[in-house]
Design a protein around this ligand. Structure first.
Ligand SMILES: Nc1ncnc2c1ncn2[C@@H]1O[C@H](COP(=O)(O)OP(=O)(O)OP(=O)(O)O)[C@@H](O)[C@H]1O
Length: 686
């Protein structure tokens, strides 16, 4: 029996999590500092960890009073920023750019000459960074600067505090909810068929178009006492379902905290909830929120709401006093003003605290990231239920930040897509445990709460959404049969959609009237290349690209295919090329110049997204049948479920089929069902 199917010793669970989190943070810190100290800025940029050759183009005060720097390309580079891997919400260092050859750069030295901050906005021609308060003189940076992505140790602090609390709790403090989540008690039973149950049969749906599996999942989530999982395979309307669930809960006078692992996952829900007349409140730094969500932000409301105006009064009084100090010469008078200011500050804090709790107290639905839910604002707040969206993409320790005080949880996710990205799995940093503490062997950070609960309690705690609104029926077939017990059904509106039926002029060609095309390169004429061999670079660059492979033949075939689609009239912005390998993305990069608007991305980065046409380059082609990254079926699942109307797979079936049973079945399925195209090296032009 797997360790996860048994009840879990809570202190051992917490110490294992602490050790794993520490190892993860250490490898993140090591990776960043190792790379920054020994790799040239240009290589860091290539690895997606930095953007070089920038200048500060403007500086302004952003929300929350923070200084926001806007960084654009220097005049020599001009125009748009190069491709980079920096994302909104990343913690970065803005600093003078060191010369390429300068060795032994330490992050702390760079920090002296620059500042840490949070990326608040990314545009084609500029990146905005809100710098930390104590470093506002960073604006004085002149000349050429660069930004480097740093490890985000703040998020670890909160997860650690949560796990430490869990570790120290005595058994008598465990709530029923906690006991169920660790398998010390079984979940309270829920009637099997809720559609005939008196209480749940006659729900008045806000959205009457919900499908039966969505309705069933909502009834189940309402009826469950401790925990419910909503399993949402790709395109099945997971968020759509959560919105209705939230509205139904509000109708039942419940108070709800809604969380997700990322700001974007939370904002997505705020945006969709805002059209309904429900008082909602979004916690989080305004700089990190979507602009459309700002009018629900706690920080903004404390300044604009009625409750906020009282705070504003004190603030103006304080400003006036501050100004009068400057005018006064007499020491005695100054001292008196300082005394008054001190009192005012106290008053200000007290009013602000009251204002915050009035605003939070008046909200039926509060939304925050899992990490943000651990802030002081929610310290004494009680909720009837915690809803976690994208729960299968969150670390379990992160989920416990709000769950420690919970009575009931509803988690939505899909454990058959990729879990959160972990660095320490392949690194040399090993988890260390304090003496005398027991740990759970074999547990990793990649095991999410969603996975663990399914293993622990089985399907009785979940409901699966089964109608999908994204893919042509044929694109859906293989993942449905192989991973979702053949339960997925394509909605009528999407099941027959092809590229040629796009709402703009697209010619009917062999490339636009086929939902699944497989371009098979078997024959071994163009084997993959190892990025190390190609660059010949040593040191940390090696580790960065250690797993990276590329395949020029495949890149040429991808280019050919994209050209044919565009020639047939498909807009480049409706096409994406995804591949598991960064080095292959590098090879494909020129496509963006030829076809502006096309999207190139790693499979992992494309999770949660969709496009009309998706070309997948599998890259691996070798005589050993090695497939590396591809052996992870959750990655393949993400890759093959992104397209709406056209999935094009480019790969060497001979190599790939040897990688795993899943890959073997996929190659067989493609050979039997896809529009199969064999190529020989000589016929590839581009
Ligand atoms: N019952 C329904 N009727 C019609 N369309 C629906 C229904 N439920 C969901 N959709 C549509 O399906 C699409 C996907 O929905 P949503 O964004 O909620 O999915 P998701 O499961 O959260 O997405 P992902 O697969 O990326 O996790 C949306 O365009 C949504 O409007």
């Amino acid at each position: 029996m797997s360790l996860l199917t048994k009840s879990v010793d809570i202190p051992a669970f917490a110490s294992t999590q602490l050790a794993l989190l520490d190892a993860e943070l250490q490898s993140e810190l090591q990776e960043t500092s190792g790379l920054v100290s020994s790799t040239s800025p240009t290589s860091l940029q290539r690895a997606g960890l930095a953007v070089t050759n920038l200048v500060i183009s403007s500086q302004r005060t952003g929300l929350g009073g923070r200084t926001v720097l806007e960084l654009g390309p220097d005049s020599a580079t001009g125009g748009e920023l190069p491709e980079h891997g920096i994302r909104t919400g990343d913690i970065v260092l803005v600093s003078e750019q060191p010369a390429g050859s300068a060795k032994k750069r330490e992050i702390k030295d760079l920090e002296k000459k620059g500042a840490r901050g949070v990326v608040t906005k990314i545009k084609k021609e500029a990146i905005a960074v809100a710098v930390d308060e104590e470093k506002e003189d960073a604006a004085s940076l002149s000349g050429r600067v660069w930004i480097v992505k740093l490890a985000d140790d703040v998020t670890y602090r909160r997860m650690n505090q949560t796990m430490e609390k869990l570790q120290k709790m005595s058994e008598s403090e465990y709530s029923i909810f906690m006991r169920v989540l660790f398998g010390l008690s079984t979940p309270s039973p829920v009637p099997k068929d809720l559609s005939t149950d008196l209480e749940y049969a006659k729900i008045e749906w806000m959205d009457p178009t919900l499908n039966d599996s969505q309705k069933d999942a909502i009834r189940f989530a309402l009826a469950s006492r401790e925990v419910a999982l909503i399993h949402g395979p790709p395109g099945t309307g997971k968020t759509h379902t959560l919105i209705e669930l939230i509205l139904q809960m509000v109708k039942r006078n419940m108070r709800i905290l809604v969380c997700g692992p990322s700001n974007i996952s939370v904002d997505n829900i705020v945006e969709r909830l805002s059209s309904h007349k429900v008082p909602i409140l979004r916690l989080g730094h305004p700089a990190r929120l979507l602009p459309s969500v700002l009018n629900h932000s706690l920080d903004v409301l404390t300044q604009t709401s009625e409750a906020g105006l009282i705070v504003k009064d004190v603030r103006s009084e304080m400003d006036a006093k501050q100004a009068s100090i400057k005018k006064t010469k007499s020491g005695k008078e100054r001292k008196a003003i300082y005394g008054e200011l001190k009192e005012l500050r106290k008053e200000f804090r007290e009013r602000e605290r009251r204002c915050v709790s009035t605003l939070i107290g008046g909200s039926k639905v509060v939304l925050a990231t899992l990490h943000g839910a651990g802030g002081f604002q929610l310290k004494n707040e009680e909720f009837d239920v915690i809803i976690i969206d994208e729960a299968s993409q969150a670390l379990e320790a992160q989920c416990w930040v709000p769950l420690l005080a919970a009575k009931k949880a509803v988690c939505a996710g899909d454990h058959l897509q990729l879990p959160p990205t972990i660095k320490s799995t392949n690194s040399k940093v090993k988890p260390k445990v304090k003496e005398g503490q027991s740990i759970i062997k074999g547990m990793t950070l990649e095991t999410t709460l969603f996975d663990r609960l399914l293993l622990l309690h089985g399907p009785v705690i979940k409901r699966m959404l089964t109608t999908q609104y994204r893919m042509h029926e044929k694109i859906m077939r293989f993942p449905s049969d192989e991973l979702y017990d053949s339960k997925l059904v394509a909605a009528d509106a999407v099941k027959g959609r092809l590229l040629k039926d796009l709402p703009y002029e697209v010619q009917d060609t062999e490339d636009t009237n086929e939902p699944v095309i497989f371009i098979d390169t078997q024959g071994g004429d163009f084997p993959e290349k190892n990025e190390e061999e190609e660059t010949g670079k040593k040191g940390n660059v090696r580790s960065l690209f250690a797993e990276s492979k590329s395949n020029e033949m495949e890149a040429a075939l991808v280019r050919d295919h994209v050209r044919k689609l565009v020639d047939a009239g498909v807009k480049p912005e409706d096409i994406a090329v995804v591949t598991p390998y960064n080095a292959q993305l590098g090879l494909l990069a020129p496509l963006k110049e030829t076809f502006p608007g096309i999207e190139l991305g790693s499979v992992d980065g494309f999770q949660g997204r969709e496009k009309e046409a998706v070309v997948v380059s599998l890259v691996r082609s070798n005589t050993e049948g090695e497939v590396g990254f591809l052996s992870e079926k959750r990655r393949l699942n993400v890759a093959m479920t992104r397209p709406k109307r056209s999935l094009v797979v480019v790969g060497d079936s001979e190599t790939v089929r040897r990688g795993s049973k899943f890959l073997h079945n996929w190659m067989d399925w493609l050979e039997n069902n896809a529009d199969l195209r064999y190529v020989d090296a000589a016929s590839v032009g581009a």
